[in-house]
Structure formats: structure tokens, C-alpha cells
Design a binder for this molecule. Structure first.
Ligand code: NAI
Ligand code: MG
Length: 499
């Protein structure tokens, strides 16, 4: 088995080469701004390299480069040809899957086998999906009157500013840029401070295929870099994934320009286990639904699990036993199931939630798995998974997005009550119900206040299926043909009079 020290050379070398760089006009260049920030390895807290804190000049160049390139991208290429290039991007990204996965494991602390390799594969498939449907950007004909041929055209919006987070950086970037590019837009992505490297390598690879400048990537923090991007007059559309609080800032910051904004803002997703469900399936479902292998850093994590009172005892016992089997350790070691929390501030936030939970009267914290024993990881941001019982649905831990390996298991007996509890949150991203009773499942589908509802499974985002939340979970959809049409094109009505 290779250790972190033996395996790190390749992603470390890549990180050194990418340090301080951004992607502008098809070139990997040093940022104009001399300011930088540290990129730590969350498994050891050693600094991997510095990344560029982009300022006004960098943002300006990125937006202008996208605007210049967009015209040719939209008009000199057919939609089919753009799709072909996206397919070529997918093939190239697939070839570099292992390298991208290792670099992402290094910067995010997510485990290579269970998370990063899977995500690198989804990245390529998202490009394939949108490459295949680029030719579906069609308008409609309208039977307006007999003297006019009346129709609508779908056009690119212009320059898209995409602000992405760190939890699934490659996939969340792909969900934004693949449809934006397929539809003929130019793009400027702002990477997350915690994960600027793997996405930059993707940009570098992709720019060997795409015309220079259609895709640009900058780095930097929210108040500095994002604020400049959001306010920039050259940005025609914004798309953001992250916290509610920051989503509100982005939405508000763009109001004076009246540009369309898409927001994907997290959740507090319920999982409802009914009386008829078999225990093994329910527990296996809870483990994957809670995204423990991603340390729970997922907007669709089943962070509230409602189990029918008839089986809650055995359910918790079995769930604890299964989570205990997860191996925490070196993210770059393929035998590791669970890596680290992304950053010191998220680590402290998650530990604070656990502390509050433990101090609550009546609550029981089932702490699972073991911290890594290797002293190389003493400073690493590892958090043992915690399954809480005995917390009420209105408790802070059951209402706020923790974004860590912490879930609350609650008991229910009345179906109407459990639906009410499931909906009793400010979020509305995803929900699952686990039952073989079809009428019960159908009732839940109708009543659950969530944008992505599944019965007897909890898949993550899938290319082809509209994904996006209700209530404070956001505005708009991603991942589908409709998402591309609604969020990355504008509709022009045309009347052609025969006389
Ligand atoms: P965040 O929402 O602050 O960061 C996401 C992106 O927004 C990053 O690119 C960041 O640079 C940018 N940003 C941060 N502050 C900004 C500001 N004031 N103005 C403009 N842009 C800004 O998320 P953060 O702080 O990394 O995590 C906090 C919480 O957000 C997590 O605990 C989790 O609950 C939630 N979150 C949800 C995600 C999702 O998938 N929906 C992804 C990441 C975080
Ligand atoms: Mg923040």
C-alpha cells in the first residue's frame, strides 16, 4: 500500500506548476494581482502552494476575453460542432481522470477511491451529455396569424459568470460550464478558495480543444474577487452554488444590472423510512444518502432521518455498526473510505454543532469509526461521524445545514406528522421515502416540499435530470436539457410578415 508521501509527488508537482496561475484567453498565466492565498492539504495542514487572489485587472481581462471569444463561438460554429468539441473535452478529461482525482484528493481531503475518482468520471459524462444535446437548442413556431411566420429563437445570453464551491468542484463546475458552452456562451469561472487546483487543471486541458478565451478561470475570495465579478458590466448571467447567505449576496449584488441568476444553495434533506422497509436496505440507503464518504459535505445529505418507531432501535444499532466499518485515513490511499473536512473554519463549525448536540438534554451521540492512527495526520481535519438520536426536529442540528458527517435520526408513527416534519425546514432541495407501499410513496411524492424526490434510493445529481431546490435551497435547475434552455439561453420572438 502506498503512503501519502510516496503518492503525493505527482499531484504535488502539478500543484507547483499551477500555483499562482489563472486561465485567461486560452493561456495559463500568472495573475496580474500579486496577492495570493495558501492552499493547504487538509489531511496534514501542510501548505501545498499559493493560489492567485485575483483583483480588478484579472477579473476585467477574464470577462473581456470571454466576451471577445463568445461572438465567434456562437456564430462561427454550429451547435452540433460545439457539441463535438465538448465530446472531445470529455474524452480528454476521461484520459486524465486519475490525475484529476489525485489532485482533488490532495487539495480537498476527499478520499480518492470513494469520492474523487467517481467525481472525475461524472465530470467527463456531464460534458458528453451536453455535447450530445447541443443541437437541441430549438425554438418554437407560433400560429399567430396567416400573414406572419412567427417563431422563437434560442440565443446564447453572452458571458456567464460561474461561482463554484469546494465540495464537488469538478462536477459542480461541469454542471454550469458544459450547458453554458453548448449553448454558445463565453464563461468566466471563479473557483472556490479551498479547491482551486483540480478545476484549473481541467481548464488547462479543455483549452487545448476549445477556441481560446471561451472558457476562463480565476481564483480569489468572495468579498474581493466575486464581488468584482458580480458587479462587472460585461457579465450577462450569473450562476452560483454555495451557502444561502452568500447566494443572497450574489443575488443582491447583481440586482442593479438585472441579469438572470441561478442559485443552488444547499439543504437539510429528509429521509423517511417506513414500517414495511427492510432493515438492511434502509441502513445501506442511509449510509449512502448521508454521503458519509464525503464527510457529509453534500447539499443532498440525508441529515434528517425519520425512521418508523417500530424499527428505530435496530435501525440505529445497525447503522452505527456499519458506519463503524468506514476507514478514515489518508485521502490518497485507495483503501480509505473517509477523508477530511475541507478547511479549518468548516472543521470548527462542524465540531461546534457536535458539541451543541452532545450538550442537549436527552440527546445521544453515537460516535463512529476511528480517527487515523498515523501521526502524519495528527493535524488533519478528520471528524468522526456522529449519529444523533433524541433530538427534536426543531433543534438547531435538525434545522441548520451542518455540512459534516453528522446526522439526526428521529422516530415517527403518524404519516401526516412525518411529512409535516420533513417539510418543516427553510430548505427544499431533496427528499427520499423508503417503502414498498406504492400508495404511500405516491402520497409522499405529492406532499414533499422538495425539488428532487426519490423513492427507495438517493442518487446524487445525474446528467439529464433537472436538479434544483425549492424555498431557500435556490432558484432554477441544473443538469438537464431544460436547465440549459431556461438558464443559458435567451428567447427571441420573431415575426416574418409575408408582404
Ligand atoms: P460559500 O457560499 O461562502 O462559498 C461558496 C462560493 O462563494 C466560493 O466560491 C466563495 O469564494 C464565494 N463567496 C464566499 N463569500 C462570498 C461573498 N461574501 N461574496 C461573494 N462570494 C462569496 O460557502 P462556504 O463558506 O465555503 O461554506 C459555508 C456553508 O455553505 C457550508 O457549511 C454549507 O452549509 C454551505 N455550502 C453549500 C454548498 C452546496 O453545494 N450547496 C457548497 C458549499 C457550501
Ligand atoms: Mg462562506
Amino acid at each position: 500500500m502506498q503512503t501519502q508521501a510516496q503518492k503525493q509527488s505527482s499531484p504535488y508537482e502539478l500543484a507547483q506548476r499551477l500555483a499562482g496561475k489563472i486561465m485567461i484567453g486560452g493561456n495559463l498565466v500568472k495573475a496580474e494581482s500579486s496577492e495570493t492565498f495558501d492552499v493547504p492539504n487538509p489531511a496534514t495542514m501542510e501548505i501545498i502552494c499559493q493560489a492567485a487572489q485575483c483583483g480588478q485587472a484579472d477579473v476585467d481581462m477574464a470577462v473581456k476575453s470571454a466576451a471577445r471569444a463568445q461572438k465567434g463561438w456562437a456564430h462561427d460554429y454550429t451547435a452540433f460542432e460545439r457539441g463535438q468539441l465538448l465530446h472531445k473535452c470529455a474524452d480528454l478529461l476521461e484520459k486524465h481522470k486519475d490525475e484529476l482525482a489525485a489532485l482533488m484528493a490532495l487539495e480537498t481531503g476527499k478520499a480518492l477511491r470513494t469520492e474523487c475518482q467517481v467525481e472525475a468520471g461524472v465530470l467527463a459524462n456531464t460534458f458528453r451529455f451536453y455535447g450530445g444535446i447541443a443541437g437541441e437548442i430549438k425554438g418554437e413556431t407560433v400560429p399567430f396569424n396567416n400573414t406572419c411566420l412567427t417563431l422563437t429563437l434560442r440565443e446564447p445570453i453572452g458571458v456567464v459568470g460561474a461561482i463554484i464551491p469546494w465540495n464537488v468542484p469538478l462536477m459542480l463546475m461541469a454542471l454550469k460550464i458544459a450547458p453554458a458552452l453548448a449553448a454558445g456562451n463565453g464563461v468566466v469561472v471563479k473557483s472556490a478558495e479551498e479547491a482551486p487546483l483540480a478545476v484549473l487543471r481541467v481548464a488547462e486541458l479543455r483549452n487545448t480543444i476549445l477556441p481560446p478565451g471561451v472558457f476562463n478561470l480565476i481564483s480569489g475570495d468572495g468579498p474581493g474577487t466575486v464581488a468584482l465579478l458580480v458587479a462587472h458590466e460585461g457579465i450577462d448571467k450569473l450562476t452560483f452554488t454555495g451557502s444561502v447567505e452568500t447566494g443572497q449576496i450574489v443575488y443582491g449584488g447583481s440586482a442593479h444590472k438585472l441579469v438572470p441568476v441561478t442559485l443552488e444553495l444547499g439543504g437539510k434533506s429528509p429521509m423517511i423510512v417506513c414500517e414495511d422497509m427492510d432493515l438492511d436496505r434502509a441502513v445501506t440507503g442511509a449510509l449512502t444518502s448521508m454521503r458519509f464518504t464525503r464527510q457529509g459535505q453534500s447539499c443532498t445529505a440525508a441529515s434528517r432521518i425519520f425512521v418508523h418507531e417500530s424499527m428505530i432501535g435496530p435501525f440505529v444499532e445497525k447503522m452505527v455498526a456499519e458506519v463503524n466499518k468506514l476507514k478514515m485515513g489518508d485521502p490518497l490511499d485507495e483503501s480509505t473510505d473517509m477523508g477530511t473536512i475541507i478547511s479549518q473554519s468548516q472543521y470548527e463549525k462542524v465540531l461546534e454543532y457536535i458539541r451543541i448536540g452532545k450538550e442537549t438534554t436527552g440527546a445521544v451521540a453515537h460516535e463512529c469509526s476511528e480517527l487515523p492512527k498515523d501521526s502524519a495526520f495528527d493535524k488533519g481535519l478528520f471528524v468522526r461521524p456522529v449519529i444523533f438520536t433524541g433530538l427534536a426536529n426543531d433543534h438547531k442540528l435538525c434545522q441548520e445545514e451542518i455540512f459534516g458527517p453528522v446526522t439526526c435520526v428521529m422516530s415517527w408513527s403518524n404519516f401526516d406528522d412525518v411529512i409535516r416534519m420533513a417539510n418543516d425546514t427553510e430548505y427544499g432541495l431533496a427528499a427520499t421515502i423508503w417503502t414498498y407501499d406504492l400508495p404511500q410513496a405516491m402520497q409522499a411524492i405529492k406532499q414533499l416540499d422538495a425539488g428532487f424526490v426519490q423513492v427507495n434510493q438517493n442518487l446524487v445529481v445525474q446528467p439529464g435530470l433537472s436538479y434544483g431546490g425549492f424555498k431557500k435551497s435556490g432558484i432554477g435547475k441544473e443538469a438537464s436539457l431544460e436547465a440549459m434552455l431556461e438558464h443559458f439561453t435567451r428567447k427571441k420572438t420573431v415575426l416574418i410578415n409575408q408582404g
